[in-house]
Design a protein. Structure first.
Length: 306
């Protein structure tokens, strides 16, 4: 079933200002909005895909007057040609969005592979895919994409990450800092955390990745064998915001080491005002903030394997 988007939705999803879209609409007939029974303008999935395509080309330096003359096939072909090279981050992101919405695995894989080749795997993930994942969250919240879209791209990106991890030649030393990574019960959004696992392994640390939907009792089972120095988790939908305080309390009480640290990230922590008296816990609005803080502290030798 086709979704309905306001011009504000198109702005937030494409990065093109609503005012600019209105000008293009009237001057070039770029979009033809439909109207509800109460005469409210709205746009379709087809309109959204077109705007995403146009954004790729405009960001790549092509004039809107030239773009407006292209039919849909010409527009799509030119976007694929442009997204296969260069370093236009938002252009690559929009091209990935289009491939995702079309369930075009070959196109998505090709764009992602080209990004990694041109920019290097780590730069591609840090500057492009991290932003794509963030914007994917917006698409999901507005109803522009479904859970099937998310599973589609998640599986492709996971394959890339597992390949990168398998190819790592770095082996941690016996005294390397030990990390334990997991997602809480009911939480399935693992791309960011899996990428964190890759970065830790790449930098010579011991990292054990438990994956999705892990209850606290299963984390505790690993305590004696892994003896982690740092535990990292990421919250998107679980636990619910009103339950986070109790969850952190239970998790903290399950580990009695005073030298262990818990790095918890996720949107719920952006304006989190809940009680957290356990000084071992550090709360961040995103995994990117953990990554920045973590490696700064490692460089300062604040972490030691015990």
């Amino acid at each position: 079933m086709s979704k309905r988007y306001s011009i504000g939705d198109l702005e937030s999803l494409s990065g093109i200002k609503a005012h600019t879209l209105r000008i293009w609409e009237s001057r070039y007939n770029l979009l033809v909005p439909q109207r509800t029974e109460t005469n409210i303008r709205y746009y379709s999935d087809t309109d959204l895909k077109k705007v995403l395509n146009v954004a790729v080309l405009v960001n790549g330096g092509i004039r809107i007057s030239k773009i407006a003359k292209l039919n849909n096939k010409e527009l799509t072909d030119l976007v694929r040609e442009r997204s296969n090279g260069g370093h236009d981050h938002q252009g690559i992101i929009n091209a990935l969005k289009i491939a995702m919405m079309e369930y075009d695995e070959d196109a998505f894989d090709q764009i992602l592979s080209r990004c990694m080749l041109n920019m290097g795997a780590e730069n591609c993930f840090n500057s492009v895919l991290s932003d794509f994942i963030r914007q994917l969250g917006i698409l999901w919240q507005t109803g522009a994409v479904s859970i099937s879209h998310e599973h589609f791209v998640t599986n492709i990106i996971k394959q890339k990450l597992f390949t990168l991890i398998d190819q790592l030649s770095v082996r941690p030393s016996n005294d390397a800092i030990r990390f334990l990574l997991f997602l809480p019960s009911g939480e399935l959004h693992e791309l960011g955390l899996l990428y964190m696992h890759f970065l830790l392994r790449k930098n010579g640390f011991r990292s054990v990745y438990l994956g999705q939907d892990v209850p606290i009792e299963s984390i505790v089972e690993t305590k004696d064998k892994i003896n982690p120095n740092v535990i990292i988790s990421f919250f998107t939908t679980q636990p619910k915001k009103e339950n986070i305080g109790n969850y952190l309390l239970e998790l903290g009480n399950s580990f009695n080491s005073k030298h262990m640290e818990f790095l918890m990230a996720g949107y719920p922590f952006k304006n989190y005002n809940g009680e957290n008296n356990d000084k071992r816990f550090h709360l961040y609005p995103s995994l990117e903030e953990i990554r920045k803080d973590l490696f700064i502290r490692i460089l300062k030798m604040e972490y030691r394997a015990s």
